[in-house]
Each structure stands twice: as C-alpha cells, then as structure tokens.
Design a protein around this ligand. Structure first.
Ligand SMILES: [Fe+2]
Ligand SMILES: [Fe+2]
Length: 164
C-alpha cells in the first residue's frame, strides 16, 4: 500500500519546447517517473509486481514520444537530428537492457531506475529537446504567437490521433 505521494521530479516551464503535445508527453514521462519513485518501497516482490505491470506501456509511451520528436526534427531539417536520434536510440537500448535483465530474473531497484530516468530528463529534455524548440522558433516553424507552421501542424495533428 502506497500512502505517501512524493513529487520526485516536478514539471517546470523551463522544460517547455513550445509545442503542447511534446510538453504533454514530457509531463507524462515525469508522472511516470514520480509514480515509479512512489512505488520504490524496497520490498522486492512489490517492486517486481509494479514494474511488470507498467513497463510495457511505458516503453510504448517513450517510443511514441521519440517518433513524434524525430518526425518534427526531420521534416524541418533540424541540424541536430542525427545526434539527437542517437541519444534516443541509446536511451531506448538502456531501458530495453534493464527490462531484459529484469525478465531474466535480476532484481531491479525501482529507486535506482527512477534515478536513471530522472537524470535522463534533466540531461536530455532540459538540454537536447530545448535545442530543437529554439530551432523551430528560429526558422518560424513555431511562429511568434505559438502557432505551428503547416509542416509541424500536420505532424502534430497526426501524432495526437495516434497517442490519443
Ligand atoms: Fe523528449
Ligand atoms: Fe528528445
């Protein structure tokens, strides 16, 4: 029974990339990390059951988010696309590795896993993701009033339908 709800990592406007869907996806990731942290009871059986119940959905959520960002970057010829895609792939690989180890019977510490995700949010979302946000504004793919140009608007509307 989880009684204490702690906000382990808090959304702040400094994370905003200027596109609502991407900000909402980042908020979803933060919520997942907080939920995970709040289930880090230190009881291996409890942590195991929780992780097993949420990880597939979380993996899908992360994959959907990465595709959304990558499509926006590719369509606007973002200069940092290759490096950014590599960072996504490296992160996905690290998550898959942890899940595979978990499935093979290794005990996974939820608090360690939450730390790993939190570090990733502060290093990736707060730095690399903001780079494309600034670029989209610079090339007016995000206009001064916050509206998206046709290329980004089409991608975001299609991805919104996919992510529900
Ligand atoms: Fe992101
Ligand atoms: Fe990213």
């Amino acid at each position: 029974m989880i009684e204490k709800k702690v906000n382990y990592v808090t959304w702040s406007d400094k994370y905003s990339v200027g596109i609502k869907l991407l900000d909402d996806q980042h908020k979803g990731l933060l919520n997942f990390v907080n939920d995970l942290f709040n289930h880090a009871t230190g009881n291996a059986d409890e942590e195991h059951a929780y992780f097993q119940g949420v990880i597939q959905q979380a993996k899908q959520y992360i994959a959907d988010h990465f595709v959304t960002e990558e499509e926006c970057m590719l369509a606007t010829n973002f200069w940092g696309y290759v490096e950014h895609k590599m960072a996504h792939d490296k992160f996905k690989f690290a998550v898959v590795k942890s899940v595979n180890e978990f499935n093979a019977g290794k005990i996974l510490s939820l608090s360690n896993f939450a730390d790993f995700l939190k570090d990733w949010i502060s290093s990736h979302v707060d730095i690399m993701d903001k780079q494309y946000g600034l670029y989209f504004k610079k090339i007016a793919a995000i206009k001064k009033d916050g509206q998206l140009n046709n290329v980004l608007a089409e991608i975001i509307s299609r991805r919104e339908k996919i992510s529900g």
